[in-house]
Design a protein around this ligand. Sequence first.
Ligand code: SAM
Length: 260
Amino acid sequence: MSFKPRKRFGQNFLIDDSIIEKIMTAIDPKRTDSIIEIGPGLSALTAPLLDRVDCLIAIEIDKDLSRTLKNRHSSKKLMLIEKDVMDQDFSIFGNNIRIVGNLPYNISSPLLFHLMSVADIVRDQHFMLQKEVVDRMISKPSSKNYGRLSVMLQERYRIEKLFDVPSESFNPKPKVSSSMVRLIPLSDARNKPNDYLLFKKVVLEAFSKRRKTLRNSLKDLSKDIPWCKLKISPESRAEDISVEQFINLSDHFLKNTPIL
Ligand code: SAM
């Protein structure tokens, strides 16, 4: 490879054709799909995607890579946006969009949170991520990886871990293991919090003091929580509380705490 990978942009390029093929099978792109790729890099996923779709949008921060991408692919098929994906407003892309990418691992959690705000226009997302992050995303209550990321993402998406990817499939080899994951937004008809910002605050508060009992960690929000009615033990900890229970808790605060 003549290009020198930049660590600050999380550049670990996919070089394993069998994994690239597995990713294409998982995404199953159709000609007219509106697909947005985050971090096209050296085209490992971009080229096979362009073979399968009429038009592809890709967002790349690295100017040198963007130049190479422009020289390699026709601008009629590849619409390249040269910017930091964290500054990208995804709502301009219309409805029913599909987002894919072998993501830069250094920004994966903030990026997942950034994309949550446009979940209602997204059909699905397919991402390569650090395996440890995927394990946190799919974790269930009372397991060691269950945390704020699990609750916030599971409130919005059905999340499916697809397969693990060995570090030999990349150049340079990442120090961590990787996995492919699929996120499909849940329908608007789901049981969702009445006040999303309050729900976010309750989850944040509970997990920022995760070793404390809920009675202690949430006492600043309200001292008068009907634990029994909410079917939650005040002695439990954030890591034991399901998404459903967090929704019930935040809806209780909404009704019973005038100013937060
Ligand atoms: N898709 C290529 C592949 O699979 O080989 C490259 C994946 S590499 C793990 C991550 C890519 O995201 C790189 O091309 C990197 O330059 C780009 N990138 C990193 N940070 C970014 C950001 N904030 N916004 C947009 N692209 C970014």
